[in-house]
Structure formats: C-alpha cells, structure tokens
Ligand binder design. Sequence first.
Ligand SMILES: Nc1nc2c(ncn2[C@@H]2O[C@H](COP(=O)(O)OP(=O)(O)OP(=O)(O)O)[C@@H](O)[C@H]2O)c(=O)[nH]1
Ligand SMILES: [Mg+2]
Length: 210
Amino acid sequence: MSGDSELGFTEHLFKVLVIGDHKVGKTSFVKRYVKNQFYEELKTTIGVDFSMKVIDWDGHTRVRLQLWDIAGQERVRGLNRVYFKRSSGALVVYDVTNGSTLDGALNWKHELDGQVMLKNGRPIPAVLLANKCDETKVCRRNASLLEKLCQEKGFIGWFQTSAKENINVDEAAKFLVKHILQNNEESVKEEEQNMQINLKQQSKSNSTCC
Ligand SMILES: Nc1nc2c(ncn2[C@@H]2O[C@H](COP(=O)(O)OP(=O)(O)OP(=O)(O)O)[C@@H](O)[C@H]2O)c(=O)[nH]1
Ligand SMILES: [Mg+2]
C-alpha cells in the first residue's frame, strides 16, 4: 500500500511475515529490530504478534513495516496460512544450532509460495535467516550450501543473524525492504504501461467507430 502524503514524499505500508519453526528466535529478532531489546526467556507466541517499524528510507520515502510474527508451532496444525494474505515480503528464520529447523524453514517457504505471490505471479521476496550465529558460526561449507539452497528454493538471499548479539538484524531487514520497494516500483510501472495500452486500444476503437 502506498500514498503521496505531501508533494514528492511517499509513504508505504508493507506487511512482512516472520516465519519459521518453534523457538528459532522469530520474536527475539523482531524485538531486537523494533526495540533493540533481547530476552533470554520469552513466552512462546500464540497465533500472531504484531509490531510496527517506521523507516525513513531516504529524504522522500518513508516505509512502515507491519511485522507479523507467527507462532512456529502452528505450521504443523496448518493454522498459519490465513495470516499470509497480502504480505509483501518474508523473513524465514531457522536456528543454526538445530539442523531440523532448516528443513522447517524450507517447508515454511514452500507453504508461503503456495499461498501468496506478486501481481506478476512471481514469489514475494523472502530472506533466509540463519539465527543464533553467536552460538556457532556458519562455516564456509555451510555458506555455499545455503547459497545453493537460496537459488533452488527462491530466496532472495540469506544472512547469519543473532538477535542476542545484534548481528545482521538491521542489515537483513534493510535487504528485504530494498527488494520490496523495487517490486513495488516495478508493479507501478507495469500498471502504468497497461493503462497506456488500454487507452491506446480505446482511442483506436473509438476512431474506427461510425
Ligand atoms: N543464543 C541465542 N539465543 C537466541 C537468539 N534468538 C533467540 N534466542 C533464544 O531462543 C529462545 C526462543 O526464542 P523466541 O524468540 O521465543 O523464538 P520464536 O521463534 O519466537 O518461538 P515461537 O514463538 O515458539 O515460535 C529464547 O530463549 C531466546 O532467548 C540468538 O540470536 N542467540
Ligand atoms: Mg515467538
């Protein structure tokens, strides 16, 4: 959703999903990103938690990110899908200390692609987050595996992050927002082109009429 609030100044509201298995650190990531806080103990998320982050992107663009932090346990029960609608991007989180959560992240991505897509039919941008990297660093071998996985599964990129140590939190979010803004610009251009084509067709059919 976008709008010109003042001349030459644009505000965007984007819905961003934060998804991944139980306990991988989704809520911690959001709390670090939005409030710069971290808690060793956190209650598990039930349903969905909402947060807002306002970014003054440049002198003439403001982005309001509505973050939907979705309960990890609910993928199993298939309850999460209703939350996916109208999202512009996703952060898909796994825990580097728990290998099975990487499979979980790929399942989340698969479900996401089945539920939501851009107007042009392409998947919405999703970034893979290898979280808790303060516990074990992603080694070079894993880095090339993640690179390959991103290409195969259609992630726009991956970051090793730590909500605890504040590593790559802003960077990963910024990378996603940059892609969302690009997609938004492209879809506005496509709409303008389609409108011009329609207008040309209309004026052609008007001129041949009678
Ligand atoms: N070492 C370390 N621990 C983390 C990090 N991020 C989260 N944790 C811990 O991991 C546990 C789970 O974090 P949450 O943020 O609640 O995980 P979640 O993905 O929101 O879990 P659900 O709400 O159950 O889906 C908590 O004890 C956090 O303190 C991190 O980057 N490093
Ligand atoms: Mg949570």
